[in-house]
Ligand binder design. Sequence first.
Ligand SMILES: NC(=O)c1ccc[n+]([C@@H]2O[C@H](COP(=O)([O-])OP(=O)(O)OC[C@H]3O[C@@H](n4cnc5c(N)ncnc54)[C@H](OP(=O)(O)O)[C@@H]3O)[C@@H](O)[C@H]2O)c1
Length: 261
Amino acid sequence: MSAARPVALVTGASSGIGEAFAIALAQRGHDVVVVARRADVLGDLATRLRTDSGAEVEVLAADLATDAGVAAVAERLGDPNRPVDLLVNNAGVGTMGRFWELPVEKEAAEVALNVVAVMRLTHAALGPMVGRGRGGVINVSSISAYQPIPRHATYGATKAFVSSFTNAVHEELRGTGVKAMVLAPGYTRTGFQADGFDPKGLPEMVWQQPDEVVAGALKAYDRGRAVCVTGAINVATVAATSVLPAGITRKVAGALTRRAY
Ligand SMILES: NC(=O)c1ccc[n+]([C@@H]2O[C@H](COP(=O)([O-])OP(=O)(O)OC[C@H]3O[C@@H](n4cnc5c(N)ncnc54)[C@H](OP(=O)(O)O)[C@@H]3O)[C@@H](O)[C@H]2O)c1
């Protein structure tokens, strides 16, 4: 990593929103540490980033649903000789179906990745950042955080954790020079759909592209926002959710997912 350029570490950089973060940050002048399980895909991305943006890129292959994978990335975040200025906790998965019919080990792995890894890596990053008096973390949640999501019960609950946790840490960081922001995208065209997370019958206007989500996120991060919900439709959805009674939003979410899958 070059001494002159800030360094960003992006998890889930091999696809979708994480890949878009890595590209946008390299274009903004960051060197980038890219993290995911697929080392070959990360290697191809690293080559592109070096060629297109002149960034230095480090590939760190790790399974963040495992203790060993999280420890390897936490160690990188804590390395005093190679400080990281921005952590983007983006890697995440979503299962779908009626909870009791899903394999419980897969649900537990989802919690390990979406919750435990986010908490541990945020912890590993913030200590050194607060010590230096600068830096920040963007934790990727979802508009699914704002109400229970029947047929994505575990997923919605993991994202509710990410949102609540990051909002609280944002407040704790006041006066330290370090930032924490939660990003809550809505439906975004990524590898999530290839994974089967592909609701049918949604109007085209609700979908966003990963680069739009990331552009909105980085603008909000620059302004020091605690929360970034991307896209006018998602902002309106979240606003409606916050004023409607919980019993109604739960039933509406259940009706929508029953129809969509
Ligand atoms: N797409 C949407 O509609 C949407 C909406 C709201 C929020 N989000 C959130 O956005 C984030 C990014 O998702 P995406 O939509 O960009 O999906 P994606 O294209 O499927 O990307 C997921 C990324 O996470 C990585 N990943 C998955 N399991 C991992 C593990 N165990 N260890 C390390 N990395 C792992 C994947 O890489 P490898 O397979 O190489 O490990 C991939 O790079 C997630 O947190 C998701 O919840 C997505």
